[in-house]
Design a protein around this ligand. Structure first.
Ligand code: PHE
Length: 347
């Protein structure tokens, strides 16, 4: 009888101690340790279970029953406590990591294409529809390609038209226009016909002001083949102007001079600001100059590898920044390459 009391007391003491300890466990790890101590394989309780067979036979059922009750009580207290702890942790993190979903979001800034690139692509699209492909030529050129092969010999007064950046290597310069690409394209395609646009940056040694930059884009147009006439040039450019500025826009051509074209011309479009009435943008003339052009000079054709008796061609050079300035009423060309995002973001 005494022995039985002993077993039961032991179990009750164990249970009391376990419950008391459980109150002290405030973290999940503490709780796990508690489980190991009181319900683990080498816990006192498990020890009692394994010792039951040594108790007097008639006491065994009672001791076994009690031990099972204690075990169940501990297990259930444990899971209640664990559940409570998890709930506490969740509530705590919900409170401390609270998101205010009513706060306005931060706006993601988006990149964009530079306005000059946008205009260039618009021009590519128009000429692509007319069968012109893009041809790239170098920005660092030789004097030969930039001038001599274009019928501009050294010391020729026409060189004054292009103030040049020279490099420290004799004969190597920054291209002053995209026209040297004419020679490169012709030499690649001859004796086949050519129909290309040559885009890219050009460089001029200028005093910078609102209408002069030391770097800007140009887009050269070149077509070489048999029986190409000035009428083709005029038709192509007029079509371009209508697609770029609108069907109703008037164009006109004025005679001009370039060493590499003969005859040469400049094309104007009706002022897109005043519609031809005369305003400050067109200096009261009603017209805006948009490009230089002409029939490829026989000397240039020959330098490109074509027999001028059989072949003819036309060329034109236009300025994408100038087109953008006229369209968006930008009054200073220096905005384009000064990288002020307030300017660039507008397009
Ligand atoms: N290259 C000339 C310039 O920079 C423009 C031009 C190109 C004129 C092609 C006629 C033909 O001014």
């Amino acid at each position: 009888m005494e022995a039985q009391e002993n077993w039961i007391n032991k179990l009750e003491r164990l249970q009391d101690q376990a419950f008391k300890d459980l109150q002290q466990a405030h973290k999940e790890t503490e709780l796990q340790n508690w489980h190991v101590t009181y319900l683990g394989r080498s816990s006192e309780l498990m020890g009692i279970f394994s010792h039951i067979p040594q108790a007097p036979k008639e006491q065994r059922p009672l001791i076994g029953q009690k031990a099972n009750l204690v075990k169940q009580a501990l297990e259930s207290q444990y899971s209640t406590r664990l559940e409570a702890l998890k709930q506490e942790t969740l509530e705590h993190s919900l409170k401390s990591e609270k998101l205010d979903i009513t706060l306005p979001g931060r706006k993601a800034t988006r990149g964009r294409l530079h306005i000059a690139t946008q205009i260039l692509r618009e021009i590519y699209r128009i000429f692509a529809e007319m069968g012109f492909q893009i041809y790239l030529s170098p920005e660092v050129e030789t004097d030969a390609y930039n001038f001599e092969l274009l019928n501009i010999p050294a010391y020729h007064p026409a060189r004054d038209l292009w103030d040049t950046f020279y490099t420290t290597t004799p004969g190597v310069i920054m291209r002053t226009h995209t026209s040297p690409g004419q020679i490169r394209a012709m030499r690649e395609f001859a004796p086949n016909p050519v129909r290309v646009v040559l885009p890219g940056m050009v460089y001029r040694y200028e005093q910078m002001d609102a209408s002069h930059e030391i770097q800007f884009n140009q887009l050269e147009l070149l077509a070489v083949g048999e029986n190409i006439t000035f009428g083709d040039l005029r038709g192509t450019l007029e079509d371009f102007a209508h697609r770029m500025y609108g069907e109703d826009v008037q164009t006109r051509m004025r005679p001009s001079y370039f060493p590499f074209t003969e005859p040469s011309a400049e094309m104007d479009v009706q002022c897109i600001v005043c519609g031809g009435e005369g305003c400050p943008v067109c200096s009261g003339t009603g017209w805006l100059e948009i490009l230089g052009c002409g029939m490829v000079h026989p000397v240039v054709l020959k330098n490109g590898g074509y027999d001028p008796k059989i072949f003819s061609g036309f060329a034109a050079g236009l300025g994408p920044e100038r087109i953008a300035m006229l369209r968006y009423h930008i009054e200073d060309i220096r905005y384009f390459w000064s990288n002020d995002v307030r300017f660039l973001e507008q397009f």
